[in-house]
Design a protein around this ligand. Structure first.
Ligand SMILES: Nc1ncnc2c1ncn2[C@@H]1O[C@H](COP(=O)(O)OP(=O)(O)OP(=O)(O)O)[C@@H](O)[C@H]1O
Length: 248
């Protein structure tokens, strides 16, 4: 795939912290509509890669393009969010003292990026959008519940719904299954598969049952670059992947 036809294009990206290369000539291409799983040992550079995509960290060298033409290295975090790249951090950050419905309503009205919310009358179209999101995130029957009363997994789903309310083109999801029960983990894989029907998704995760359930192309990072890429079976059969990651 060429840069022009890609959704996300990283080529030769390097980032150093005090001489240590967190990313080392990393190249990775995500197609429009694709969901990609990223695996790799601690310190492989997964978070740094997400930081580069979202503008939190500027690469020392390399190209980072969104939608084929937008040079993300020239944009700040707010404008990258505005371009339609949403990021879900590991820890859920929902408004605990608001209901599930109100959290989604606030997210729907917020401009993309850092929240700056204003209350005004909600339209019929906005109500149906919230209903749709509630169904997608499996929280229709919890709509009037305070977010504080949700389980950890449900809070993660709510936050995913809040990101989707901003209609991102690309959703970056950092370890969504961490701290979840097995049932929640499997339901989260189904949820992301539903989301991937209409969005591009990059998901970082260590849980191999979860990765298998996603059934998508996998990239294994190690020492700041791509170690192996392909189906989970292909990547799992790679000796170096077993050595540095799976065989731990
Ligand atoms: N701001 C920073 N200053 C110095 N070193 C950093 C900084 N951020 C990351 N690093 C180092 O860069 C390397 C890559 O870290 P990164 O967090 O990207 O890895 P990761 O693959 O996300 O790991 P994990 O699975 O543990 O989250 C690590 O060795 C880390 O200590």
């Amino acid at each position: 795939m060429t840069r022009q036809t890609s959704l996300l294009y990283l080529d030769g990206v390097s980032v150093s912290f005090d001489g240590f290369k967190a990313l080392n000539d990393l190249s990775l291409v995500i197609a429009p509509g694709e969901m990609r799983a990223i695996i790799g040992p601690n310190g492989a550079g997964k978070t740094t890669m997400m930081d580069v995509i979202t503008g939190k960290t500027k690469p020392d060298s390399g190209e980072v393009y969104f939608n084929g033409v937008v040079d993300l290295t020239g944009e700040d975090e707010a404008s990258i969010a505005e371009l339609g790249i949403g990021r879900k951090f590991q820890k859920p950050t929902v408004f605990e003292s608001h209901t599930v419905w109100d959290n989604l309503e606030l997210a729907l009205k917020a401009p993309r990026g850092p929240f700056a919310t204003l209350f005004h009358i909600i339209s019929g179209a906005e109500k149906s959008r919230i209903e749709e999101l509630l169904t997608l995130i499996r929280l229709s029957d919890k709509r009037d519940e305070l977010a504080a009363n949700l389980s950890h997994g449900q809070k993660q789903w709510l936050e995913i719904g809040m990101l989707l309310a901003q209609d991102p083109k690309l959703l970056l999801v950092d370890e969504p299954a961490a701290g979840m029960t097995d049932a929640e983990t499997m339901e989260t894989a189904e949820l992301l598969k539903d989301i991937a029907r209409t969005h591009s998704v990059v998901v970082v995760e260590h849980d191999m049952h979860f990765i298998r359930a996603l059934g998508v192309k996998v990239t294994c990072l190690a020492e700041g670059s791509v170690l192996a890429e392909g189906s989970l079976d292909h990547v799992s059969a790679n000796e170096r992947v077993v050595e540095v990651y799976l065989g731990r």
